[in-house]
Design a protein around this ligand. Structure first.
Ligand SMILES: [Zn+2]
Ligand SMILES: [Zn+2]
Length: 261
């Protein structure tokens, strides 16, 4: 399985802003070439051919860093005819997208404009604990604990499984599910805030390094822990705090790197 967290910033990296790393503002993971998890930046990808190869867009929740480029993606990849991108999200999220984004003001109503013969999108509701098969992958949504209802995802290609808990604070069921997955190779887990903002992290359903470390202990076997979702203004502070914890198997994500599992 190939996984890429797409870069989300325009222009050269500001040296020193986050230790020379590329700051991360938006969330889109490209899985192989046909599946994308969240649409934060996929629609801004300069390579339009890669956008056009996407057939299934799974939205974990409605926050703007996870949907910012969805209207642009659907516009970019539309071709007249019945074939279209499939948009998969919880039923409530599909309702929010139609009401608040694709409402004929912010953007055209691609839901109502789509017909069997000519579609901008096909919407498929998904639910926690109900796996789907798409593009040779088993996609299992599982509830996590964020400030809005959010579905973490486990993607399994039959040989390897990779977990994407999306935005979440401390949670339980997700880790219990992973404990029964022998071929789990990696978890892309968020750390949004530094320890000094632990209360804010708890209030908003995010992690700081201290709670991240507690989550790592909940999974009692070694996997790669790939840290994502560091808020740009705290990126350096979070990196220093994670370094100090010296947890085995923990690494910072590199946006644009193609991870092979
Ligand atoms: Zn969120
Ligand atoms: Zn987010």
């Amino acid at each position: 399985m190939r996984v890429e967290l797409l870069p989300s910033c325009v222009g050269a990296t500001a040296a020193g802003a986050s230790g020379g790393e590329s700051p991360q503002f938006l969330v889109s993971y490209l899985i192989n070439s046909e599946v994308v998890i969240d649409a934060g930046s996929i629609g801004f990808l300069a390579d339009l051919d890669r956008q056009r190869q996407v057939r299934h867009v799974v939205i974990t929740h409605e926050h703007i860093d996870h949907i910012a480029s969805l209207p642009i993606l659907l516009e970019n990849v539309y071709e007249p005819g019945p074939g279209s991108v499939e948009l998969l999200a919880a039923g409530d999220v599909l309702t929010f997208l139609k009401r608040d984004i694709f409402n004929g003001r912010v953007w055209p109503d691609f839901f109502d404009l789509s017909t069997d013969e000519d579609a901008f999108l096909h919407a498929t509701p998904i639910a926690a604990g109900e796996p789907l098969q798409r593009a040779g992958l088993t996609i299992t949504p599982l509830a996590v604990d964020h400030c809005v209802d959010t579905l973490g995802l486990v993607i399994d290609d039959g040989q390897t499984a990779v977990a994407f808990p999306s935005d979440t604070g401390p949670t339980e069921n997700f880790w219990q599910h992973l404990a029964a997955l022998p071929r789990l190779a990696a978890v892309f887990l968020e750390v949004s805030f530094p320890n000094a903002r632990r209360e804010l992290a708890a209030h908003t359903g995010h992690h700081c390094p201290a709670t991240f470390a507690q989550e790592v202990c909940k999974l009692s076997r070694p996997v790669r822990w790939i840290v994502v979702h560091r808020k740009a203004r705290y990126a350096d502070e979070i990196r220093r705090e994670l370094d100090a914890l010296d947890l085995p198997g923990v690494e910072l994500v590199e946006p644009g790197r193609r991870y092979l599992f």
